[in-house]
Design a protein around this ligand. Structure first.
Ligand code: ADP
Ligand code: ZN
Ligand code: ZN
Length: 736
């Protein structure tokens, strides 16, 4: 009898491919296989078996046999395949691509052998030596990373996986430590029972209520939205829930926006569960480590998986809990390839698996709050800070209409920083823009350098005297004279983080100042290093972008200055105000967390705007109420569902022609449904990297109608031959 396997591959086609199953192979659905594919003889591609059959539409002699099954990897289980299937249908992406794109890249690169060697090493535990204990006492203070590592090993043996959550470069550090004789492989393997060390605090009343609400048996919704103000102790809730899962021998999945920005959370997990097997999943990992951790999760050995959005697809046979920290964070939405929302997929996964899921945030997304209002999420609030003495900061405005800023800083803010430093406390200056200045400007003729490939100004970097485009990466020397009129002096217009850093250093020459943004933290481990230094009080003033708005805990921080927050007031994107409210509430929440009161100074022209009023009254809900009313009036999400067809080409005519065609194809499908297809418009950034970008919005009354429309419409659109046009569909876009 003929044995046929239908295989999903990493190709942009909505189909599977038929292969013969050799008699020697015993295959099941979900098995990863290598198949001959493409023109090169002997070349194989990674695929996944999606169906087994005894017949094919193709003549058997035209079918090629499967090369081999990927060894050592279990089949993807049905529940995971169900999630992939949902993802493919909902986001209109080919199933083969959805699956292969989320698998560890090492699986494609035939790295199996090395991975298993590495895997053994990963299971070994390491401990500190006596020399290491001496080194810990004598190492210079600036060797923070090594001290951190030795300190952890000093407590008890750690696996490399656990160490990696303490420091991104733990592998290299450990090698160094072993070379110096400071650490060695422990004879005592990390124990398999899960012990708890460190202080386990008494729960606060809020925390007790929250945990009771989540643990309550019965058939109330199992998806919870934990809205707890910054400092209310959401992490403790996560830890208790993970402990419960561990005690039931179930795996926990913890999703975070960005791994290297949440060292504190990772450290807490490893401190609380030092002997639990942990797996990490994010795209920045070395290929071998990613594969080893993925295999650990799939085998069920990893009890806790911590990762970024892609971790939502981690195979976990005994998954018992999903936690999403900072659920409002835009980084949970994938912005290329299959544009999925890890938060929404996690809800689907939890619901299929009938397990609890907790979405945590001080500032939940408006969508999630509306879902709570409609009863789809169980809203749990924590409104007081866990450390009783910690007070919410006092928020004040510096009116930029009345007080002029010099180099971005008003005198009020300068004075406040001075007072903070005088008390030996820490200050943070938050600015939402990188570089020295968003533009260079000729005072004589008004010329401003623009990117030749994008419709955007070049950002000026003073220290390196470069002009950079933040959209396409173009990078050139900054001119000394105007390229249009020859004027001998160009001015930097506006402020970026580099300029604020300069101004802060000039104003406080004796302070220890660090800038934390994407530019200053490009080197691996740099973000962790700076955040740790800030946390340990080794820095006096932090200048930074939204990287500082994520859940850090700086005990000495008592002042937050906010510069240039007004851009959100004018932004075209209807989510700009929500983003700004979230970021400002988050940075404000950084001030005064321990026993010192905090103060927040916001420089603005629009103190009356609901965003700023919400921040000043610590009343996110008030802002949400205003925003919800607006969105309801305008039929925007969560009161409608959007999908965006984005298209680009070198020539504007080509994109326009494509979208015109797509628009006319849409009519017959939209007409019988409650679906509206808008006119094509220019993207916010109309030209990027030499391509003209247009987009077309689809708006539907509910998800079902949207799905029905997209399936029919897109299958027509895919038939169109516009070879110069690149396009994609973004379902539930978060940037419009
Ligand atoms: P959130 O994530 O909600 O902003 P955290 O989880 O960072 O808050 O907690 C804020 C601070 O409160 C931390 O320093 C944490 O150690 C402390 N904390 C949390 N729960 C308790 C508790 N039950 N008793 C004492 N301190 C607590
Ligand atoms: Zn000029
Ligand atoms: Zn550019």
């Amino acid at each position: 009898m003929l044995r046929i396997a239908r295989v999903g591959l990493d190709v942009p086609l909505f189909q599977t491919f038929d292969f013969l199953v050799p008699t020697s192979l015993d295959l099941s659905v979900g098995q990863l296989v290598r198949v001959p594919f493409g023109r090169r003889a002997g070349h194989t591609e990674l695929g996944v078996v999606l169906e087994l059959d005894s017949k094919s539409d193709f003549a058997p002699e035209r079918l090629k046999p499967i090369d081999s099954a990927v060894e050592g990897v279990a089949t993807l289980d049905p529940s995971l395949l169900e999630l992939f299937g949902f993802c493919s249908r909902y986001y209109q992406a080919p199933l083969g691509q959805v699956i292969t794109a989320t698998l560890p890249p090492a699986l494609r690169a035939h790295m199996r052998a090395e991975a298993s060697a590495k895997r053994k090493a990963i299971h070994a535990a390491y401990e500190i030596t006596d020399t290491g204990r001496v080194a810990l006492l004598t190492l210079p203070k600036r060797a923070t990373a090594m001290r951190l590592l030795l300190d952890a090993l000093g407590g008890q043996p750690h696996t490399i996986g656990a160490l990696r959550t303490i420091h991104a470069r733990a592998g290299a550090l450990l090698r160094q430590a072993i070379q110096h004789g400071w650490a060695r492989q422990s004879t005592a393997q990390a124990t398999s029972t899960v012990a708890t060390i460190g202080e386990v605090p008494e729960l606060t009343a809020d925390q007790k209520r929250a945990l009771d609400a989540i643990n309550q048996p019965g058939n109330q919704p199992r998806a919870h939205l934990l809205q707890g103000i910054t400092g209310s102790g959401k992490t403790e809730i996560y830890l208790r829930l993970i402990a419960n899962a561990l005690s039931r021998n179930q795996q926990s999945l913890l999703l975070v926006p960005e791994i290297n920005l949440t060292p504190a959370l990772l450290t807490q997990v490893t401190h609380r569960f030092p002997s639990a097997r942990l797996a990490i999943a994010h795209s920045g990992m070395a290929a071998n480590e990613r594969l080893a951790d993925w295999l650990d999760a799939q085998s069920g050995e990893a009890q806790i998986v911590i990762g970024t959005r892609l971790a939502v697809f981690t195979p976990m046979p005994s998954l018992g809990l999903i936690v999403i920290d900072e659920e409002h964070d835009p980084s949970f939405k994938q912005q290329e390839g299959t544009r999925y929302s890890a938060r929404d997929l996690a809800l689907v996964r939890a619901s299929n698996a009938k397990i609890p899921i907790v979405l945590g945030s001080a500032t939940p997304s408006i969508e999630s709050l509306e879902n709570a209002a409609r009863g789809r999420l169980n809203l749990i609030k924590m409104s007081s800070r866990a450390v009783r003495s910690a007070r919410l900061p006092i928020v004040e405005f510096v009116n930029l209409n009345a007080e002029k800023a010099r180099d971005g800083l008003t005198d009020s803010l300068r004075r406040a920083i001075e007072q903070t430093l005088a008390r030996g406390e820490q200050a943070m200056v938050f600015i939402n823009r990188r570089g020295y200045a968003p533009a260079l400007h000729c005072p004589s003729c008004g010329w401003m350098p623009e990117c030749t490939r994008c419709s955007a100004r070049m950002v000026f970097y003073r220290a390196s005297q470069r002009l950079k485009c933040h959209h396409c990466g173009a990078d050139s020397r900054a001119p000394n004279v105007c390229q249009k009129c020859g004027h001998a002096e160009l001015h930097a217009a506006g402020q970026g983080s580099e300029r604020i850093e300069d101004a802060v250093i000039a104003a406080f020459p004796n302070a220890r100042v660090a800038r934390i943004d994407r530019d200053s933290t490009r080197r691996r481990g740099e973000a962790e290093r700076l955040l740790l230094a800030a946390e340990q009080g080794e820095l006096d003033i932090l200048v930074g972008t939204q990287m500082l708005a994520k859940g850090h805990d700086f005990p000495k921080l008592t002042l937050v200055g906010v510069i240039n927050a007004d851009s959100a007031v004018f932004a075209a994107d209807f989510r700009a105000a929500e983003r700004m409210a979230q970021q400002l509430m988050q940075v404000s929440g950084r001030a005064g967390r321990a026993d010192r009161p905090g103060r927040v100074l916001i420089q603005t022209r629009f103190a009356e705007h609901p965003v700023f009023q919400a921040v000043s009254h610590h009343d996110y809900d008030a802002f949400v109420a205003v925003a919800l009313r607006e969105r309801q009036l305008m039929h925007l999400p969560p009161f409608s569902y959007l999908a965006l067809l984005r298209a680009e080409a070198k020539s504007k005519e080509a994109v326009s022609a494509f979208l015109a065609q797509a628009q006319s194809l849409a009519k017959q499908y939209a007409a019988p449904l409650d679906v509206k297809v808008w006119e094509p418009v220019a993207a916010t950034l109309e030209r990027k990297a030499g391509f003209t970008r247009l987009q077309m919005m689809v708006q539907a009354a509910d998800r079902k109608q949207m799905q029905r429309f997209l399936v029919d419409w897109l299958s027509d659109v895919r038939e169109q031959k516009f070879s110069q046009v690149r396009w994609h569909i973004d379902v539930d876009p978060i940037e419009v």
